[in-house]
Design a protein around this ligand. Structure first.
Ligand code: ADP
Ligand code: MG
Length: 558
C-alpha cells in the first residue's frame, strides 16, 4: 500500500549493521539483554510521564515485559507496554545512530584487523537494538506512542534499507519480533525458542530489571494434555537497595551493563548508603575504558536519579561534577519530589550535599584502588580527572594525590607528586615541570638541558589541561610548581653566580646589541645558565602563556 515507505539507513547505521549481520561479536545471547533493557527504559519513561502529565490517558496498572516464542515459525517476540515510539521517533532512533563517537568507532573498526580488537570495540560502544541482527535475519517492530492513536510498523533484514508503515491498530508500547536464524551452536547461535535458554539468559543478564519479565510456558497436564502458565522470570530486586553481601559480583556486572550501555565489565563498583537527614542509596561504577565520546559535549554522562525505586532521569549532572562524568550508576534519593526538574535539582541543598558525599567517596575509592587497576584507570580517565583541579577547589588536595605524571626520573613509570617531592635534591625548593605536546618534544627542548645537566628531575606534562591546572594550583606541598620554560630559574651555586656576573659584564655589549637587533621579536636578551649544548633558547616570562597554551587558545579562536 502507499502507506509503506522504504527508507535507507543512515550511512553509519548501515556500516554497524553490516558488522552485526556478519556477526563479529561472539556472544550472541546479549541481543535479549538489549531488547529487555530497551523495554525496561520504555516502561520507566511511561511511568514517569504518566506521573508528570496527569492528562496522559494510559493504563499503567500492569507495566511489564513479555517474551513470546513460536517454535514453528521460529520467531521470538519481546513486548512491552511502555512509552512506545511515534513514526518519527522510529525513523530517528532506530534508523539512525545518534550516539556521538560512531564515526570514531567505525574508523577504529576499519583499522583493526583482528577479530578480538573488533569485538572489544563493539563491546565498548554497545550496539543496542542492532544486536538483534546477530541472531535474526528479519526484525519487525510494532509500536504505538502513549497518547497517540495510530501505530507504526518497522521492518528490516539489516541490509541497506528498512520499511515503515502507518498502522491503525497497535497496542500501546512496543513489540519486537525476531525471525531467528538457524541454530548454529558452533557460531554460538542457540535455540532462542527454547524455554530454558531464555530463562537462563534472562536470569544471567536481566534479573534485576525492575519490571516483571513474563513468559507463558507449557507444562504437561493431566491425561497427556498440555497446560499453560505464565511465569515471571526475573527476581526484580533493585540491586542498589540490597545490602552489599546480598549481591554477587556477576549481578553487579550485569547491572552496570544495563545502566551504562557498555558491554565490558566495570573496573570498580561503589555501593553506598546515606542515612540521617537525607536518605539515599547509590550504586556507582567506574568503567574499565573511556567511551569514545568522553570529550564530546554530546557524550553520555552522569548517573541516573531514582526516587524510591522510581526512575526520574538519566544523565543527572547535578549529582556528579563534570570531571567525574565517566562515573555510571544509580542514585536513589528518598525524599525528593517525583516532579523535580533538572534546574531545581542543581539548586537543591540536599542534592548538593549528596553530591559532595558521592564525590568524596569516588575520590577515596580511587585512592584505595590497587596499583594495577589504578594504572588502567589513569590511562583512560586521568586527563578528565585533572579537569577537577580547575572545577573543584574543595578537593584540590585529594585530586593532587591522585595525579600521576611522566617524569625524567623513570621513562617507563608515572610518578606521584609525593614521590617527586621525596626525591627532590638538597636545596631544591621548587617542583620543576615541562609542558608540551609530547614527551619527545619536551625531552629535546633546550629548556631541559641545564636541569638534566645538574641532575634535577623534571615532570613531563603532555595533556592540554596540564598547563591550566598547573597555573591554577600553583603549588604542591608548599612547593611552587615551576615550569622550566618560564622566567628565571635559579639553579646556580654562589660560585657559579659570581662567574656569571663576570660573564654578564664581558658580554654586556653583545647583549645590548642583540636586544636592539631583536627588539621586534623579544622583550629582552639574557645570558643564561640553563643551556649546556644549545647556543640559545627562547623563554617566556613567568606569567606568560606557554607555547602549547597559546596554541590551544589560538585553536579556540581567541
Ligand atoms: P540505547 O538503548 O543505548 O539508546 P538502542 O539501540 O538500544 O540504544 O535503542 C535506541 C533507541 O530506540 C532507544 O534509546 C529508545 O529511544 C528507542 N527504543 C528502542 N527500543 C524501544 C522500546 N522498546 N520502546 C521505546 N523506545 C525504544
Ligand atoms: Mg538499548
Amino acid at each position: 500500500s502507499d502507506r509503506v515507505e522504504t527508507l535507507e539507513f543512515q550511512a553509519e547505521a548501515r556500516q554497524l549493521l553490516q558488522l552485526m549481520v556478519h556477526s563479529i561479536y561472539s556472544n550472541k545471547d546479549v541481543f535479549l539483554r538489549e531488547l529487555i533493557s530497551n523495554a525496561s527504559d520504555a516502561l520507566d519513561k511511561l511511568r514517569l510521564e504518566s506521573m508528570v502529565d496527569k492528562d496522559l490517558a494510559v493504563d499503567t496498572a500492569d507495566l511489564h515485559i513479555e517474551i513470546e516464542v513460536d517454535k514453528d515459525a521460529r520467531t521470538l517476540t519481546v513486548r512491552d507496554n511502555g512509552i512506545g515510539m511515534s513514526r518519527d521517533e522510529v525513523v530517528g532512533l532506530i534508523g539512525t545512530i545518534a550516539k556521538s563517537g560512531t564515526a570514531e568507532l567505525l574508523r577504529k573498526l576499519r583499522e583493526s584487523k583482528d577479530a578480538g580488537t573488533s569485538q572489544e570495540l563493539i563491546g565498548q560502544f554497545g550496539v543496542g537494538f542492532y544486536a538483534t541482527f546477530m541472531v535474526a535475519d528479519q526484525v519487525t517492530l510494532l509500536t504505538r506512542r502513549a497518547g497517540q492513536s495510530g501505530g507504526t510498523r518497522w521492518e528490516s533484514t539489516g541490509e541497506g534499507t528498512y520499511s515503515v508503515e502507518a498502522v491503525d491498530e497497535a497496542p500501546q508500547g512496543t513489540s519486537v519480533t525476531l525471525h531467528l536464524k538457524p541454530i548454529d551452536t558452533e557460531d554460538n547461535l542457540h535455540d532462542y525458542t527454547a524455554e530454558w535458554t531464555i530463562r537462563e539468559i534472562v536470569k544471567r543478564y536481566s534479573d534485576f530489571i525492575a519490571w516483571p519479565i513474563r513468559m507463558t510456558v507449557e507444562r504437561p497436564g493431566e491425561d497427556g494434555a498440555t497446560s499453560h502458565e505464565t511465569q515471571t522470570l526475573n527476581s526484580m530486586k533493585a540491586l542498589w537497595a540490597r545490602s552489599r553481601d546480598e549481591v554477587d559480583e556477576a549481578e553487579y556486572q550485569e547491572f552496570y551493563k544495563h545502566v551504562s550501555h557498555d558491554w565490558a565489565d566495570p573496573l570498580e563498583t561503589i555501593h553506598m548508603r546515606g542515612e540521617g537527614t537525607f536518605e539515599y542509596e547509590a550504586l556507582l561504577f567506574l568503567p574499565s575504558h573511556a567511551p569514545l565520546d568522553l570529550f564530546s559535549p554530546q557524550g553520555r554522562r552522569g548517573v541516573q536519579l531514582y526516587v524510591k525505586r522510581v526512575f526520574i532521569m538519566d544523565e543527572c549532572d547535578a549529582l556528579m561534577p563534570n570531571y567525574l562524568r565517566f562515573v555510571k550508576g544509580v542514585v536513589d534519593a528518598h525524599d525528593l519530589s517525583l516532579n523535580i526538574s533538572r534546574e531545581i535539582l542543581q539548586q537543591d541543598r540536599q542534592i548538593r550535599a549528596v553530591r559532595r558525599r558521592l564525590v568524596k567517596k569516588v575520590l577515596a575509592t580511587l585512592k584505595e584502588m590497587s596499583a594495577e587497576s589504578y594504572r588502567t584507570f589513569w590511562a583512560e580517565f586521568g586527563a578528565v580527572v585533572k579537569e577537577g583541579l580547575l572545577e573543584d577547589p574543595d578537593n584540590t588536595e585529594a585530586l593532587l594525590d591522585l595525579v600521576r605524571v611522566a617524569s625524567t626520573h623513570d621513562p617507563a613509570e608515572l610518578t606521584t607528586l609525593r614521590d617527586y617531592v621525596a626525591r627532590m635534591k638538597d636545596g631544591q625548593s621548587e617542583i620543576y615541570l615541562a609542558t608540551g605536546e609530547s614527551r619527545s618534544t619536551i625531552e629535546n627542548s633546550p629548556h631541559l638541558e641545564a636541569f638534566r645537566a645538574k641532575g634535577y628531575e623534571v615532570l613531563i606534562l603532555t595533556d592540554p589541561v596540564d598547563e591550566v591546572w598547573v597555573e591554577r594550583v600553583g603549588q604542591y606541598d608548599g612547593k611552587t610548581l615551576r615550569s622550566v620554560a618560564k622566567g628565571q630559574v635559579d639553579l646556580e651555586t654562589d660560585e657559579e653566580k659570581a662567574q656569571a656576573e663576570g660573564e654578564r659584564k664581558d658580554y654586556a655589549e653583545l647583549l645590548t646589541w642583540l636586544s636592539g637587533a631583536l627588539a621586534d621579536s623579544v622583550k629582552e636578551v639574557r645570558l643564561s645558565s640553563r643551556l649546556t649544548t644549545s647556543p640559545a633558547c627562547v623563554v617566556g616570562d613567568a606569567h606568560d602563556m606557554t607555547p602549547t597554551l597559546e596554541k590551544m587558545y589560538r585553536a579556540m579562536g581567541q
